[in-house]
Design a protein around this ligand. Structure first.
Ligand SMILES: CC(C)(COP(=O)(O)OP(=O)(O)OC[C@H]1O[C@@H](n2cnc3c(N)ncnc32)[C@H](O)[C@@H]1O)[C@@H](O)C(=O)NCCC(=O)NCCS
Ligand SMILES: Nc1ncnc2c1ncn2[C@@H]1O[C@H](COP(=O)(O)OP(=O)(O)OP(=O)(O)O)[C@@H](O)[C@H]1O
Length: 205
């Protein structure tokens, strides 16, 4: 079996949470503790890099209007489109998700810290949790997701609502996760939870 299809032997901890829940903020705290990260959002950018077959397929399906002048993907234009047109989102997901999964596996194989964190907004939706030994949810109320994301991305609350509607509901993720980090308060409150969870995860390895 090719190495990118085999289960990874080191402990994989899945870190998930809806858009704007604070996955990147929490992941950076684990990185500061020496834990290596594989980030599905970064992988999703790598698989559509200039010159990639996936970018050529997107250009053919959506038209060259969805590329920037330098030939890179116009992400905000594609985001507006796929989160208002369900069939186009399905097409994009079908193209990208197998590529993202395969690249995630390749990167997980290369990690060497005591455990590795797989940061993925769609961990449960795309069954990436099956690659993991343990899952952690970064949890905030939906109102906080809406407020933080629309401020960060300077986009409308309606667009963020559409993206949230395309993700698994909060209660379902709470039920599936092995551990939860509450990121609704100040970051120092979050940091204390990360420090305690890191000790627990080290004990699992
Ligand atoms: C539509 C795209 C081009 C918009 O790019 P943009 O730079 O604006 O957003 P970015 O990639 O940083 O994603 C931001 C957040 O949107 C949410 N999101 C992204 N894609 C999806 C999706 N297909 N379904 C539900 N939520 C999604 C996630 O919470 C993610 O963290 C991009 O999100 C994309 O290529 N999505 C398809 C790939 C995918 O599913 N990525 C998620 C990682 S598995
Ligand atoms: N505890 C907090 N208090 C205040 N602001 C926060 C907190 N945690 C994160 N933020 C801010 O909220 C926004 C969303 O956080 P972050 O980018 O880490 O979320 P994310 O889950 O990685 O988002 P995405 O799913 O879009 O990739 C950012 O602007 C971040 O600086």
């Amino acid at each position: 079996m090719p190495s990118n299809q085999t289960k990874v032997s080191k402990k994989i901890i899945g870190l998930t949470g809806g858009i704007g829940s604070g996955k990147s903020a929490v992941a950076n705290m684990f990185a500061a503790l020496g834990i290596e990260l594989v980030d599905a959002d970064i992988v999703a950018r790598e698989v559509v890099a200039i010159g990639s077959p996936a970018l050529a397929a997107i250009k053919q399906y959506f038209s060259e209007d969805f590329l920037n002048q330098d030939g890179s993907l116009n992400r905000s234009k594609l985001r507006e489109r796929v989160f208002s047109q369900a069939d186009d989102k399905l097409w994009l997901n079908n193209l990208l998700h197998p590529l993202i999964r395969s690249e995630i596996l390749a990167q997980l194989h290369q990690a060497s810290s005591p455990y590795v964190l797989l940061v993925a907004p769609l961990l449960f939706e795309n069954k990436l949790n099956e690659l993991c030994d343990h899952s952690v949810l970064v949890d905030v109320p939906v109102a906080t997701q809406l407020q933080r994301t629309s401020t960060r991305d300077n986009c409308t609350v309606e667009l963020v609502q559409n993206i949230i509607a395309a993700q698994m509901p909060r209660a379902q993720k709470q039920a599936l996760a092995d551990d939860t980090i509450d990121n609704s308060l100040a970051l120092d409150h979050t940091k204390k939870q990360v420090t305690a969870l890191h000790q627990k995860l080290l004990a699992l390895t």
